[in-house]
Ligand binder design. Structure first.
Ligand code: BEZ
Ligand code: FE
Length: 294
């Protein structure tokens, strides 16, 4: 059978959402039916609330069309739209509830599109470019405080000018400022890098125009991306934010959570610098991570 179940739908403005929802009566997947019914309910309520005009509707359709046309293999403008509307963070927060001391998660972002190279404990991830030298140490524990050995800690970050390697093809090696580090028997990891800089999200498309039209800047505060995976643990995708960065209170994608803002401490001690394999002074981030066992 084709067409909606029940008597033919005649449109009535007052019952518009209900009439459309009835057309989903034969949806085989109950979850799909639930999501579509709620979506139509909210959409119709929105149109009525703001009294959407045909011109505004057409403008909205043009905006969404351009958002789709801006997508390609490396650019996902729809995800960016979801990011600047706070939807990505909300979906992520619902999927990864806080509690039991678990490290909070944040969005992955579009710059994890190349696999980070495997590196040895203590290695530097800097293959090109200058910046403030930085030592990162940390420990992966489960919610009972038991070390997670053999986990993979994948890190990626922007450089001192606010660019990822993939934004500078031909200028810097593809693996610049990326690496996967194993945790040892005590759950510890350690590497050398530079302090990342804040940067603007891609703002030369429809999402950038939306930000400009609403008086918003496109910047994200300085951060290091961290993804922890391993057998028997739930994958954690998060960031560490640099506590003296601008834009911590106005991240364009709403990714900042209070407990992820950390001091990158200035260490002016030649002996500790020599031990870390860095010049003095250097900055030091210690980032303990708590994950859930599956
Ligand atoms: C990022 O942190 O890499 C990012 C996240 C969301 C949108 C753009 C960039
Ligand atoms: Fe980022």
């Amino acid at each position: 059978m084709t067409g909606p179940a029940g008597p033919p739908a005649r449109f009535e403005e007052e019952r518009s959402a209900e009439i459309v929802a009835a057309s989903f009566a034969r949806t085989a997947d109950p979850r799909l039916r639930e999501v579509l019914t709620a979506l139509v309910g909210h959409l119709h309520a929105f149109v009525k609330d703001v009294g959407l005009t045909p011109e505004e509707w057409a403008r909205g359709i043009r905006f969404l069309t351009e958002t789709g046309q801006t997508c390609d293999d490396t650019r996902q403008e729809f995800i960016l739209l979801s990011d600047v509307l706070g939807v990505s963070m909300l979906v992520d927060a619902l999927a990864h509830p806080a509690g039991d001391g678990v490290t909070e998660s944040t969005v992955e972002g579009p710059f994890h599109l190349v696999a980070s190279p495997a590196r040895e404990p203590g290695d530097s991830i800097v293959e090109a470019g200058d910046g403030e030298p930085c030592l990162v140490t940390g420990r992966v524990l489960d919610t009972a405080g038991v070390p997670v050995a053999g986990a993979a800690v994948d890190v990626w970050q922007a450089d001192a000018d606010g660019f990822y390697d993939v934004q500078r093809p031909g200028e810097v090696p593809r693996d610049n400022l990326r690496g996967v580090f194993p945790t040892d028997a005590e759950g510890r990891f350690r590497f050398r890098t530079i302090v990342p800089r804040w940067y603007p999200i891609p703002d030369d498309g429809p999402v950038g125009r939306l930000l400009a039209a609403t008086g918003r800047h496109p910047n994200r505060p300085a951060h290091l991306h961290v993804e922890v995976t391993g057998p028997g643990i739930r994958t954690l995708t998060t960031h560490v934010f640099v506590s003296d960065s601008p834009y911590l209170d106005s991240d364009a994608v709403f990714g900042v959570r209070a407990r992820l803002v950390r001091d990158f401490v200035r260490v002016d001690d030649p002996a500790r610098a020599a031990e870390a394999g860095l010049p003095s002074p250097f900055r030091w981030l210690d980032f303990p991570v708590t994950v859930r066992r599956t």
